[in-house]
Design a protein around this ligand. Structure first.
Ligand SMILES: [Zn+2]
Length: 378
């Protein structure tokens, strides 16, 4: 099978390999699909395949070229990732503030690139302010016309290309309109709608779909040395995305599920005052690292399980099988209708939190609303 470092996506892999072997590779690709389906990994493998010392084709993974591309340190490979700067301290003069920001930006970018080199399936979480600037793209344009140093082709990977601002997009358009012969551009995105249509139309699109559960489970066992039981439980939480499974398996993911379940138990428990303590605790946590969105996602997935248990008692379909008994306790106290409305409530609050409403207040309203529905029905 072509590109054997890639998990799943057999048809797309083969199609790209056929194009390479027949000398019909496009000068610009847009690899798109949900996060955790392998768009970044495939971009890196494609860069290896065009430059492998054994000749164009399946990357040998052993030659200096393949190894340098794997670590993202090949002189003919350029990887651009969005990043942002933390604000420099107030009171400094303008120049050092600008320098401080660009240093912070570079530092963050290096960390993201290292994470990508270590594992192209690793989830990277961008901040709201992470973006690709026009300077990034201008640098790319200058470099694109220089002949490759070591490889056959220069490869530029622009990851999360939807995070280009308008000026950067327009600068990239110029390169896409008159591409230098030896340059291959690979854009990746999980949010196709964030790209200008003029950019999309100048790239060959390759869509990577969600991965089947057995594929994810197998990858967790063989690549990440996960024991089969954990792999099976985490696969249920993956929604077809390997990095969602990895995220669920991480310390952070485990902690989020625990907090979300405590909140759920509080809402439907016998001590309503605990809700206020819980909300204070979550708000304080969120100030350190943004946790509320993943937490609400976890809460939604618990409501989904409650729905399944109430509607069908099909335990095989439950995601959080480790909390089955506690969930059975909860469904004794609530009705199907409450669960349905609860799901809507959580979805609604998620949207308003994205719009920056007062977090503590929003969470309190949510918890009381969910609880109030319980009291009405009881
Ligand atoms: Zn090689």
């Amino acid at each position: 099978m072509a590109f054997d470092h890639i998990i799943g996506q057999e048809i797309q892999r083969q199609r790209l390999m056929d194009a390479l072997m027949q000398g019909r590779l496009a000068h610009a690709y847009l690899l798109y699909g949900p996060s955790g389906t392998g768009v970044e990994a495939l971009a890196i493998e494609l860069a290896k395949a065009v430059n492998c010392a054994q000749g164009p084709g399946e990357p040998c993974q052993k030659c200096p070229s393949c190894r340098k591309i794997q670590t993202l340190q090949h002189p003919d490979l350029h990887v651009f990732l969005p990043s942002s700067s933390t604000k420099a301290a107030k009171g400094e003069n303008k120049k050092s503030e600008v320098e401080g920001r660009s240093d912070a930006r570079l530092e963050r970018r290096i960390a993201l690139i290292e994470s990508l080199a270590k594992d192209p399936y690793a989830p990277f979480i961008f901040n709201k302010n992470d973006y690709l600037s026009v300077d990034d793209i201008r640098g790319l344009r200058q470099d694109a016309y220089v002949k490759p140093f070591e490889g056959r082709r220069k490869v530029v990977i622009i990851a999360a290309a939807d995070r280009m601002n308008v000026a950067a997009s327009n600068a990239l358009l110029k390169t896409l309109e008159e591409p230098p012969g030896e340059l291959m551009l690979i854009l990746t995105t999980h949010r196709m709608h964030g790209l200008l249509p003029t950019i999309i139309s100048r790239c060959q699109p390759v869509h990577l779909g969600r991965l089947p559960e057995p594929v994810i489970q197998d990858a967790l066992i063989t690549r990440y040395q996960t024991d089969p039981d954990t792999a099976s439980a985490m696969t249920r939480q993956s929604d077809g995305s390997l990095n969602q499974a990895l995220q669920a398996m991480s310390e952070e993911g485990t902690a989020n599920r625990k907090e979300a379940f405590s909140l759920l138990e509080c809402i439907h428990g016998d001590h309503p005052l605990q809700i206020f303590e819980m909300v204070d605790h979550l708000t304080a946590m969120h100030r350190k690292t943004p946790v509320v969105e993943p937490l609400l996602d976890a809460l939604l997935s618990y409501y989904r399980d409650l729905f399944i248990l109430t509607a069908s008692s099909k335990e095989t379909m439950v995601i959080h099988i480790d909390r089955l008994d506690a969930m059975k306790d909860i469904i004794r106290k609530i009705t199907m209708e409450q669960i349905e409305v609860g799901i809507q409530d959580v979805e609604e609050i998620k949207q308003s939190i994205i719009k920056n409403v007062h977090l503590q207040l929003a969470l309190t309203v949510l918890a009381l609303r969910l609880r109030g529905r319980r009291a009405q029905a009881a």
